[in-house]
Design a protein around this ligand. Structure first.
Ligand SMILES: [Fe+2]
Length: 446
């Protein structure tokens, strides 16, 4: 993170004697990035963090991509994924390239060890479930719709609460920066002089939840830390609890940010995807599409224009909202629209959306600047009908069903795209907007 904070006990200066109650020295560790000219934190351990007593390679995490030479729209339904493994071993990469890996995890069991991703920053999006991530920087309580950004090198253990009766099984989306870059707020949101979030940013420091106590576990024994590096998870053994930090300060630490605290920016005319940007790393961005009022020009087309994002592949993870305006899409779906072919509203949805005044969509988007490839796991969940859904407009029965449904259908579909119909549509919009802002809602996926 770009701004300074601290937790726990610290000496008055860096690199001076700082003693434990038993008279021994705390072990200082400078946790630095970019060759110590990037964001850094300084931690004070009860035990030297260098004292490992053994290690062995455990398993490969190298994503196996398939259909690398095929460019097409894809739709993967992740909801049928069976729960497996723990919050680390249960991860399934669905799309990726040399910059980023995008996967889903439905953990079935708790982590019985601590984990460190020594290769990548991790950005979780918690779809369902709540719990605590115990990290060397302190504890982060999390719940549904939280982003959790865990920077490279952080030792942690993720503990999910047992779901209450009727609650869905825990599940999260995970975006990893496998090119070694760090996942940060976009620089344009930040003051160059103070690293403070600027007024135009859709979120700010008050929205971020930082590590809290408990932080320090002063325990001896045999503890396993699994370290991911070089596409391999290794098992390292320590003779003390790996979360033994008594205090730290700096600008490098994990944090949570709930997507409902993202303040969407709306306009008279349709706002482009960068308006929804939340984080970025080298060669990819993460955006939050949140419920919001729609464009307020009386003749506004509130769904996205067709667009060729010539340098980007786009993955959308659908969290909640109206899915009826996109054929086949459901909660937990991931769509991939590759660079090379334009995309936009599904056939028929432009007219169906006219007059809508708000959207209840909630989706997380990852745009990459290099082509994304599917894994074998993604193909196993592939909806082969998805590309076909773009071939033609909605059937009369489908449009009727859409109109009857809550959501996009609240805005009555216009029968004909002729001039006369367009004029009529404009009147409808004016009337709806004049009476209430809470009229129809629309699907406005990127
Ligand atoms: Fe797009």
């Amino acid at each position: 993170m770009p701004y300074y904070t601290k937790l726990g006990n610290l000496p008055s200066k860096r690199h001076i004697q700082f003693r434990r109650p038993d008279g021994g020295l705390y072990a200082e560790e400078v946790f630095g990035t970019e060759g110590f000219v990037g964001p850094t934190s300084t931690l004070y351990h009860i035990n030297p963090p260098t004292q490992v007593i053994g290690w062995k390679p455990l398993y490969s995490t190298k994503a196996q991509y398939v259909e690398r030479d095929t460019m097409r729209m894809r739709h993967v339904k992740s909801m049928p994924m069976k729960a497996k493994g723990d919050p680390v071993t249960g991860r399934t990469v669905l799309f990726g390239n040399n910059d980023v890996e995008i996967g889903v995890c439905v953990p079935a069991e708790p982590m019985k060890y601590h984990f460190k991703n020594a290769s990548a920053d991790e950005c979780f999006f918690i779809h369902f479930g709540s719990g605590v991530v115990y990290t060397m920087f302190g504890a982060l309580k999390f719940g549904p719709k939280d982003y959790i950004v865990i920077p490279k090198g952080t030792i942690y253990r993720m503990v999910f609460d047992k779901p209450a009766a009727g609650e869905p099984t825990a599940r999260f989306l995970l975006i990893e920066s496998v090119n070694g870059s760090h996942i940060l707020p976009p620089p344009r949101y930040m003051s160059k002089k103070t690293a403070q979030f600027l007024e135009h940013a859709p979120y700010c420091e008050r929205d971020l939840r930082l590590p809290e106590m408990p932080m320090t576990f002063d325990e001896k024994g045999k503890f396993e830390v699994r370290i991911k590096s070089r596409d391999q998870v290794h098992s390292y053994s320590y003779s003390y609890h790996p979360l033994d930090v008594i205090g730290w300060d700096g600008c490098y630490y994990p944090y949570c940010f709930n997507i409902d605290d993202f303040s969407p920016i709306v306009g008279k005319h349709h706002m482009p995807p960068p308006t929804h940007q939340t984080f970025e790393a080298h060669n990819f961005v993460i955006c939050s599409f949140c419920p919001r009022p729609l464009d307020f020009h009386p003749q506004a087309i509130v769904v996205p224009y067709n667009h060729s994002n010539l340098d980007s592949d786009e993955v959308l993870y659908y969290v909640e909202g109206n899915y009826k305006a996109r054929r086949g899409i459901e909660q937990g779906s991931l769509s991939l629209h590759p660079q090379g072919i334009p995309h936009g509203p599904h056939p028929g949805t432009v007219e169906a959306s006219i007059g809508a005044t708000h959207t209840n969509e909630l989706a997380v988007m990852c745009d990459t600047f290099a082509p994304l490839y599917p894994t074998k796991a993604a193909l196993g969940l592939d909806d082969l009908n998805y590309p076909k859904s773009w071939e033609s407009g909605w059937t009369p029965a489908e449009r009727e069903a859409l109109a009857a449904s809550k959501g996009a259908g609240d805005a009555k579909p216009v029968k004909k795209p002729a001039k006369k119909a367009a004029k009529k549509a404009a009147k409808t919009v004016t009337a709806k907007r004049g009476s209430s802002r809470g009229g129809g809602s629309a699907d406005t996926w990127a």
